[in-house]
Design a protein around this ligand. Structure first.
Ligand code: SF4
Length: 233
């Protein structure tokens, strides 16, 4: 039986992430499940993810829709199409939607999103939650979208290791680790329920990196965590 301290330090986390014994892994999963039951219960809340555009100004090396991937067919949904999907989500008793797209930073885009949030609020009940996953923006933009009625924001940092971040992104002002971290802090300050996460299995990533990722997520008191595997194409 593995023993787990209530508050894990880096050494504990590295040890747990390094477990290869099947019995110990099963113990760890059981322990994690019991903590989940105690803290957030066992209800599952379904949200509809609306990936309304795959156009992005960025070029993250690991991403299939990065701007320099000319093989991908680009698309964007209209507001009317998005509202139709929202209606479908409502009809199927989903409790909210996530608006996600590639990153754009321009007034047309930010105004469009604010208007879209108003339209979604009008088409749904007060309990219906709107989550945004629209990348790095200015404080003013985050605030405008929050004021319009969005309650949650997802911005994955992908790694807490700045050197690793540099290896998986182009070296220019659009891809800056400190800017990303600053955006995450800004999102929290504005008042969103905030989500972040990292990729698991990145080239050059170590168990220590993953432990540091978890420590950063705890230190920042992040509300929602989304982890994803790195898939090489
Ligand atoms: S910002 Fe997001 S969508 Fe755009 S290239 Fe990077 S990972 Fe892909």
């Amino acid at each position: 039986m593995i023993s787990v301290n209530e508050i894990l330090d880096k050494e504990d986390i590295v040890r747990l992430l390094s477990i290869t014994d099947q019995g110990e892994q099963d113990d760890l999963i059981r322990k994690a499940y019991s903590i989940k039951e105690l803290t957030i219960g066992t209800n599952v809340y379904l949200r509809g993810l609306i990936e309304f555009s795959n156009r992005c100004q960025k070029n993250c090396f690991y991403c299939g829709i990065r701007s320099e991937n000319h093989k991908v067919t680009r698309y964007s949904l209209t507001d009317e199409e998005i509202i139709q999907v929202v209606e479908l989500a409502k009809m199927n008793q989903l409790t909210g939607i996530v608006l996600q797209s590639g990153e754009k930073q321009n007034p047309d885009f930010t105004n469009r999103i604010a208007n879209l949030i108003f339209k979604i609020k009008k088409a749904t009940s007060a309990e219906f939650r709107i989550t945004l996953s629209l990348g790095e923006q200015s404080l003013e933009t985050y605030q405008d979208w929050f004021n319009a009625g969005a309650q949650r924001y997802l911005l994955r940092i992908e790694t807490s290791n700045e050197e690793l971040y540099k290896k998986i992104h182009p070296d220019n002002e659009l891809h800056n680790y400190n800017t990303r971290l600053h955006c995450l802090e800004t999102i929290q300050k504005v008042g969103y329920q905030t989500g972040t996460g990292v990729m698991i299995g990145l080239p050059f990533q170590t168990i220590e990196d993953l432990a540091n990722d978890l420590l950063l997520i705890r230190q920042m008191n992040i509300d929602m965590v989304g982890m994803g595997p790195y898939l090489s194409l």
